[in-house]
Design a protein around this ligand. Structure first.
Ligand SMILES: Nc1nc2c(c(=O)[nH]1)N[C@H]1C(S)=C(S)[C@@H](COP(=O)(O)O)O[C@H]1N2
Ligand SMILES: [Mo]
Length: 323
């Protein structure tokens, strides 16, 4: 992400507080995997991943069977690269958030479902996951900053969440919200961002077969820096629509305003569909860099997913669909 409103005093987080001391203490307290916790070099990325796998109550559901329908035109991005190049502004505004994000506690984790639904409810993440059938899907991901990755997500279609949530016929949008906890997420102490992170979809977008809620990636529960324990994947839209670490789904008839739209509406809007012909106000969207390989490729309309989603936008040509 890239916003004009960067203040002179907004220093890169990696030059600021040594949060990893804080993280080490937490990982220790979290316990559960005490042999790992006692091992030297705990903070290494591999050990963090091992710890997550051991302590996740749904770890037995991975790896899930791959859905062969969704294929890629490029190799899956190496997991080490993907887990060390992330946008997660709750922690910091560099791509280097992996270590800080380990401070997030992802159990217990309650999802609230409210607004225009038959019955508002709260559900624990493990109960929700066990009501679903997990599958693996390979999707491309195109950030508005003109880089891309390819990921093997594990999760379930958003349509299954709709079955569970039972929204009323009068609901027009689903508004999603990320956790809010300044004590673990230093970025949330930066008051110029309109926290919490919000994103929204129309009901037609939410119900589209591509719209996916990821609980895992690379064959195991999803890494914290990628949005554990539940994140959205809408691969025909710019990456900022794919909200991480969701705690709430609200069904509404008002169009939700996302964090980036609230911050800079001249650059980031509601629809944010990928289109190589419509430049961002400050850079071209014609090509993208494949993270990890350095390769540049032409960007595809709807990020290559037009056959699934173009129909949604047929009668919306007067809307700002591409930013
Ligand atoms: N809560 C939250 N969700 C978020 C973001 C964020 O900063 N906070 N960044 C977005 C952006 S700009 C992108 S490109 C993707 C990055 O996902 P990744 O780190 O798994 O590649 O997450 C999106 N979802
Ligand atoms: Mo992004």
């Amino acid at each position: 992400m890239n916003v004009i409103r960067r203040r002179g005093w907004e220093i890169p987080e990696r030059l600021a507080t040594p949060e990893h001391y804080f993280f080490n203490r937490r990982a220790f307290i979290a316990g559960g995997a005490s042999t790992l916790a006692l091992a030297p070099g705990l903070a290494s990325a591999q050990r963090v991943a091992d710890l997550a796998k051991l302590s996740d109550p749904t770890a037995d559901l991975y790896p899930a069977k791959r859905n062969a329908k969704y294929t890629l035109d490029r190799p899956i991005t190496d997991e080490k690269i993907n887990t060390h190049y992330n946008n997660f502004y709750e922690f910091n505004s560099s791509k280097d958030v992996a270590e800080q994000a380990q401070a997030l506690r992802i159990r217990p984790w309650t999802i609230k479902i409210d607004g225009m639904v038959e019955k508002p409810q709260e559900v624990g993440i493990d109960d929700l996951i066990r009501k679903m059938t997990l599958e693996e899907r390979t999707y491309r991901h195109r950030c508005v900053e003109a880089w891309s990755m390819a990921i093997a997500w594990t999760g379930f279609p958003f349509a299954k969440l709709l079955d569970f949530a039972r929204p009323l016929g009068s609901a027009k949008y689903v508004r999603m919200e990320t956790f809010m906890d300044k004590s673990v997420a230093p970025g949330q102490r930066q008051p110029w961002y309109p926290w919490p992170y919000i994103e929204g979809l129309t009901m037609a977008e939410a119900a589209n077969e591509l719209t996916f809620l990821a609980t895992g990636a690379y064959g195991h529960p999803i890494a914290k820096q990628m949005g554990a324990p539940l994140r959205l994947a809408v691969p025909w839209k710019y990456g900022f629509k794919s909200i991480k670490s969701v705690v709430r789904f609200t069904f509404t008839d008002k169009r939700p305003k996302g964090l980036w739209e609230a911050l800079q509406s001249s650059e980031y809007g509601f629809w944010a569909n990928v289109n190589p012909k419509v430049p961002h106000p400050r850079w071209s969207q014609a090509t993208e860099e494949l993270i990890g390989t350095g390769e540049r490729r032409p960007t595809l309309l709807f990020n290559g997913y037009g056959e699934y989603v173009a129909d949604i936008y047929k009668n919306l040509q007067n809307e700002r669909l591409w930013a």
